[in-house]
Write a protein that binds this ligand. Structure first.
Ligand code: ATP
Length: 136
Protein backbone atom coordinates (compact mmCIF):
# COMPACT_ATOMS: atom_id res chain seq x y z
CA UNK A 1 0.00 0.00 0.00
CA UNK A 2 1.12 3.59 -0.59
CA UNK A 3 0.05 7.16 0.09
CA UNK A 4 -0.46 10.22 -2.08
CA UNK A 5 -1.17 13.91 -1.57
CA UNK A 6 -4.43 15.23 -2.94
CA UNK A 7 -5.19 18.95 -2.84
CA UNK A 8 -8.63 20.39 -3.48
CA UNK A 9 -7.44 23.62 -5.07
CA UNK A 10 -9.01 27.05 -4.33
CA UNK A 11 -11.41 26.77 -7.29
CA UNK A 12 -12.67 23.42 -5.98
CA UNK A 13 -13.24 24.85 -2.49
CA UNK A 14 -14.98 27.97 -3.88
CA UNK A 15 -17.25 25.83 -6.04
CA UNK A 16 -18.23 23.57 -3.10
CA UNK A 17 -16.66 20.48 -4.66
CA UNK A 18 -14.82 19.17 -1.58
CA UNK A 19 -17.44 16.50 -0.91
CA UNK A 20 -17.57 15.45 -4.55
CA UNK A 21 -13.79 14.94 -4.67
CA UNK A 22 -13.78 13.04 -1.38
CA UNK A 23 -16.70 10.88 -2.50
CA UNK A 24 -14.86 9.84 -5.65
CA UNK A 25 -11.72 8.95 -3.67
CA UNK A 26 -13.71 6.86 -1.21
CA UNK A 27 -15.91 5.21 -3.82
CA UNK A 28 -12.78 4.02 -5.58
CA UNK A 29 -11.81 2.23 -2.35
CA UNK A 30 -9.03 4.51 -1.18
CA UNK A 31 -8.85 5.65 2.44
CA UNK A 32 -8.52 9.18 3.74
CA UNK A 33 -6.04 9.02 6.59
CA UNK A 34 -5.46 12.74 7.23
CA UNK A 35 -7.16 15.95 6.06
CA UNK A 36 -7.00 19.68 6.75
CA UNK A 37 -7.79 23.18 5.51
CA UNK A 38 -4.68 25.12 4.48
CA UNK A 39 -3.99 28.64 3.31
CA UNK A 40 -0.49 28.19 1.92
CA UNK A 41 2.10 30.94 1.81
CA UNK A 42 4.45 31.63 -1.07
CA UNK A 43 7.40 29.70 0.34
CA UNK A 44 5.35 26.52 0.80
CA UNK A 45 4.09 26.78 -2.79
CA UNK A 46 7.60 27.37 -4.13
CA UNK A 47 8.70 24.22 -2.37
CA UNK A 48 5.69 22.26 -3.62
CA UNK A 49 6.08 23.46 -7.24
CA UNK A 50 9.89 23.47 -7.31
CA UNK A 51 9.87 22.01 -10.85
CA UNK A 52 7.70 24.90 -12.10
CA UNK A 53 9.23 28.00 -10.43
CA UNK A 54 10.99 29.05 -13.62
CA UNK A 55 8.03 28.45 -15.95
CA UNK A 56 6.26 31.46 -17.50
CA UNK A 57 2.95 30.48 -15.90
CA UNK A 58 4.40 30.26 -12.38
CA UNK A 59 3.37 33.77 -11.19
CA UNK A 60 -0.26 33.13 -12.20
CA UNK A 61 -0.12 29.66 -10.69
CA UNK A 62 1.11 31.17 -7.43
CA UNK A 63 -1.64 33.80 -7.46
CA UNK A 64 -4.30 31.17 -8.15
CA UNK A 65 -3.03 28.80 -5.47
CA UNK A 66 -3.01 31.65 -2.92
CA UNK A 67 -6.47 32.92 -3.88
CA UNK A 68 -8.28 31.04 -1.11
CA UNK A 69 -8.10 28.06 1.20
CA UNK A 70 -7.35 24.56 -0.01
CA UNK A 71 -7.98 21.14 1.43
CA UNK A 72 -4.95 18.88 1.80
CA UNK A 73 -5.74 15.17 1.97
CA UNK A 74 -3.48 12.21 2.73
CA UNK A 75 -4.90 9.28 0.79
CA UNK A 76 -3.86 5.66 1.20
CA UNK A 77 -4.39 2.60 -0.98
CA UNK A 78 -2.81 0.09 -3.33
CA UNK A 79 -1.20 1.97 -6.26
CA UNK A 80 -3.07 5.08 -5.13
CA UNK A 81 -0.54 7.51 -6.68
CA UNK A 82 -1.23 6.28 -10.20
CA UNK A 83 -4.86 5.55 -9.35
CA UNK A 84 -5.64 9.08 -8.21
CA UNK A 85 -3.91 10.58 -11.28
CA UNK A 86 -6.27 8.46 -13.31
CA UNK A 87 -9.31 9.62 -11.29
CA UNK A 88 -8.20 13.25 -11.72
CA UNK A 89 -7.68 13.12 -15.48
CA UNK A 90 -5.30 15.17 -17.54
CA UNK A 91 -4.18 18.69 -16.58
CA UNK A 92 -6.37 20.64 -18.98
CA UNK A 93 -10.06 20.36 -18.01
CA UNK A 94 -11.24 20.98 -21.57
CA UNK A 95 -9.55 17.83 -22.86
CA UNK A 96 -9.65 15.73 -19.66
CA UNK A 97 -11.78 12.63 -20.25
CA UNK A 98 -15.40 12.61 -19.09
CA UNK A 99 -15.65 10.43 -15.99
CA UNK A 100 -12.57 12.05 -14.45
CA UNK A 101 -12.68 14.78 -11.80
CA UNK A 102 -11.23 17.38 -14.14
CA UNK A 103 -13.25 16.12 -17.12
CA UNK A 104 -16.55 16.16 -15.27
CA UNK A 105 -16.11 19.17 -12.99
CA UNK A 106 -13.52 21.41 -14.60
CA UNK A 107 -13.71 23.72 -17.55
CA UNK A 108 -11.44 26.27 -19.14
CA UNK A 109 -12.26 29.57 -17.45
CA UNK A 110 -9.82 31.47 -19.63
CA UNK A 111 -7.70 32.35 -16.60
CA UNK A 112 -3.90 32.66 -16.78
CA UNK A 113 -3.44 29.66 -14.51
CA UNK A 114 -5.25 26.46 -15.39
CA UNK A 115 -7.91 25.98 -12.69
CA UNK A 116 -8.41 22.24 -12.51
CA UNK A 117 -10.01 21.49 -9.12
CA UNK A 118 -7.41 19.06 -7.76
CA UNK A 119 -3.76 18.21 -7.47
CA UNK A 120 -2.40 14.69 -7.10
CA UNK A 121 1.24 13.66 -6.66
CA UNK A 122 2.75 12.33 -9.89
CA UNK A 123 5.03 9.59 -8.46
CA UNK A 124 5.65 7.80 -5.18
CA UNK A 125 8.78 9.90 -4.75
CA UNK A 126 6.85 13.17 -5.24
CA UNK A 127 4.14 11.88 -2.92
CA UNK A 128 6.64 11.39 -0.09
CA UNK A 129 8.20 14.78 -0.73
CA UNK A 130 4.87 16.61 -0.97
CA UNK A 131 3.27 14.89 2.04
CA UNK A 132 6.26 16.03 4.11
CA UNK A 133 5.68 19.61 2.95
CA UNK A 134 1.91 19.76 3.53
CA UNK A 135 1.74 17.59 6.66
CA UNK A 136 4.75 18.83 8.59
P1 ATP B 1 -0.97 18.98 -10.49
O1 ATP B 1 0.53 18.97 -10.29
O2 ATP B 1 -1.65 20.21 -9.95
O3 ATP B 1 -1.65 17.70 -10.14
P2 ATP B 1 -0.54 18.31 -13.21
O4 ATP B 1 0.50 17.37 -12.72
O5 ATP B 1 -1.64 17.81 -14.06
O6 ATP B 1 -1.21 19.12 -12.04
P3 ATP B 1 1.61 20.12 -13.84
O7 ATP B 1 2.20 20.11 -15.20
O8 ATP B 1 2.37 19.56 -12.70
O9 ATP B 1 0.14 19.49 -13.97
O10 ATP B 1 1.23 21.63 -13.52
C1 ATP B 1 0.86 22.01 -12.21
C2 ATP B 1 -0.31 22.97 -12.27
O11 ATP B 1 0.10 24.20 -12.88
C3 ATP B 1 -1.48 22.50 -13.11
O12 ATP B 1 -2.36 21.66 -12.41
C4 ATP B 1 -2.14 23.81 -13.49
O13 ATP B 1 -2.93 24.30 -12.42
C5 ATP B 1 -0.94 24.73 -13.67
N1 ATP B 1 -0.45 24.75 -15.05
C6 ATP B 1 0.27 23.78 -15.68
N2 ATP B 1 0.57 24.11 -16.93
C7 ATP B 1 0.04 25.34 -17.14
C8 ATP B 1 0.01 26.25 -18.23
N3 ATP B 1 0.60 25.96 -19.40
N4 ATP B 1 -0.65 27.41 -18.07
C9 ATP B 1 -1.24 27.73 -16.91
N5 ATP B 1 -1.25 26.93 -15.82
C10 ATP B 1 -0.62 25.75 -15.92
Amino acid sequence: TEQTLVLVKPDGVRRNLIGEVIARIERKGYSIVDLKFVQPNESLLREHYEEHVDKPFFPSLLEFMMSGPMVAIRVEGDRVVEGFRSLAGETNPTTAAPGTIRGDLGRDWGTAAIENVVHGSDSTLSAERELAIWFK
